[in-house]
Unconditional design. Structure first.
Length: 119
């Protein structure tokens, strides 16, 4: 959906042009209206996530977006980065990595990408 169309929808349903200014009830109204218009959530038919293993916090942590981009470029699943984090830092979830650990994980993924591109 184009940004201007999205803002018009928000205005029509809640009178506000930004979801950040809305209450949770107003956001629920917007979601219900979008469902009424034919939108569906980003899930597979079997109920699994579109990107299995994708941390919920990706959108809130910019360095996880970099991890996502490197994984996509290499054609690797999220489980690859998770297993690297387990080996490198003994951490079960990517969201639990500290900033310096995320930097080192990104560096390792980038080194792998650089080696792959030289071949």
């Amino acid at each position: 959906m184009a940004d201007d169309t999205y803002r018009e929808l928000l205005l029509r349903v809640t009178g506000k042009s930004s979801s950040a200014a809305m209450s949770s009830q107003e956001r629920d109204k917007v979601i219900q209206e979008m469902k009424r218009l034919g939108f569906s959530d980003a899930r597979k038919q079997d109920g699994g996530a579109v990107f299995p293993g994708r941390p919920d916090a990706v959108d809130g942590i910019p360095m996880l977006k970099k991890v996502e981009a490197l994984l996509a470029a290499a054609g690797r699943p999220w489980s690859y980065a998770t297993s690297m984090a387990k080996r490198m830092f003994k951490v079960e979830r990517l969201e639990w990595l500290k900033a310096d650990q995320l930097h080192r994980l990104i560096a390792a993924l980038q080194i792998h990408a650089n080696r792959k591109s030289k071949k």
